[in-house]
Design a protein around this ligand. Structure first.
Ligand code: DGL
Length: 267
C-alpha cells in the first residue's frame, strides 16, 4: 500500500519532494487538484467535498494506507470531518493526517512571543493556527493575514510579478512585532527568498517542507501497524486533475526526474 500526499495544486510538491528524500523506499502517490484550485477562496462545504473526493480516490483507486493533506486549507476546513465522519464508517483501518497540528507543535518548541500566519482566506477564516497555538501556549500572540492572490500567481508561474503584492500583504505584520512567520499555505515556500528579503533575517520563517517529513517519520515509528503495510519499492506517481504548463515545468524542476504526470478525474 502507498502513502498519498494531497494538495489543491503544485505547492504540495515542495513537501512531496522532501518526503521522498527522507523515505527513498516508501511508495508515494501525489495528487494535485489543479483543475479546481484555488481552494482557499471556496466555502467550507466545497473544500470538504473536494477533499473528500480526493481522499476516496486515493484510498480506492490508488491503494493508499495513509494520506497526508499537505494543503493547509484542506487541513483547516476538511480534515476533522473526514476523520470523524468518513474514516470510521468507510475506511476504519486507514488514516488521514493534516499539516497544521505538526506545524504548531514545532512552533511552540521555539517559544515564540508573537507569531504571524500568512495563509489562504479559508485558513485564516478558520482561526485554526491561533486556536491550536493557544491550546499549547496561551501567551503566544497570533496575527493571521490572508493572501488570496498568491496561489494563482504561483500556479501560473508568474512569481516575477509578485513582489509588490507580497510587500503589501506582509506590511500587515510590520507593526505587530512578530518574531515568527508561518508560511501557512503549501505554495508559499516558493516565495521564501522574496519573503526573507522583505521581512529581514530576524524573523524566523516556519516552512512546512522542513517539518512534515520528520513528523511523518515519528508517526510511522509510533504506528508500526501502518508502517508495515506501506510497500517499499521507491515507487512515485504524480497525479493531477489538469496538466498545466506550470505544473509540468515545476514538477520537472523540483522532482529532478522524468516523473510522468497522469491526469485523473475526481468526482
Ligand atoms: N495549497 C493550499 C494551502 O496549503 C491552498 C491553495 C489554494 O487556495 O488552493 O492552503
Amino acid at each position: 500500500m502507498k502513502i498519498g500526499v494531497f494538495d489543491s495544486g503544485l505547492g504540495g510538491l515542495i513537501i512531496f519532494k522532501e518526503l521522498i528524500k527522507k523515505f527513498p523506499l516508501h511508495d508515494f502517490v501525489y495528487l494535485g487538484d489543479v483543475k479546481r484550485l484555488p481552494y482557499g477562496s471556496r466555502s467550507d462545504e466545497t473544500i470538504f467535498e473536494y477533499t473528500k473526493q480526493a481522499v476516496e480516490y486515493l484510498f480506492e483507486k490508488r491503494n493508499c494506507k495513509l494520506i497526508i493533506l499537505a494543503c493547509n486549507t484542506a487541513s483547516a476546513r476538511a480534515l476533522r470531518r473526514i476523520q470523524q465522519e468518513l474514516l470510521p464508517i468507510r475506511y476504519p483501518d486507514r488514516r488521514v493526517l493534516g499539516v497544521i497540528i505538526p506545524t504548531v507543535e514545532d512552533i511552540v518548541v521555539l517559544s515564540p512571543s508573537v507569531v504571524g500566519v500568512l495563509a489562504t482566506s479559508a485558513t485564516v477564516r478558520s482561526g485554526v493556527y491561533k486556536t491550536e497555538l493557544n491550546k499549547l501556549n496561551k501567551k503566544i500572540k497570533v496575527f493571521e493575514k490572508s493572501a488570496p492572490s498568491l496561489v494563482t500567481l504561483i500556479e501560473n508561474d508568474e512569481i516575477n510579478f509578485i513582489e509588490p503584492i507580497l510587500k503589501n500583504y506582509l506590511s500587515f505584520f510590520l507593526n505587530k512585532k512578530i518574531d515568527t512567520l508561518v508560511l501557512g499555505c503549501t505554495h508559499y515556500p516558493v516565495l521564501k527568498k522574496q519573503i526573507k528579503k522583505i521581512i529581514g533575517n530576524k524573523i524566523k520563517i516556519i516552512s512546512q517542507e522542513e517539518i512534515i517529513p520528520r513528523k511523518l517519520k515519528d508517526y510511522l515509528l509510533r504506528h508500526q501497524e501502518i508502517e508495515k503495510e506501506i510497500t517499499k519499492n521507491g515507487d512515485r506517481q504524480v497525479l493531477v486533475t489538469e496538466i498545466t504548463d506550470a505544473f509540468g515545468k515545476l514538477s520537472k524542476k523540483w522532482l529532478k526526474n522524468n516523473t510522468i504526470l497522469e491526469k485523473v478525474v475526481l468526482e
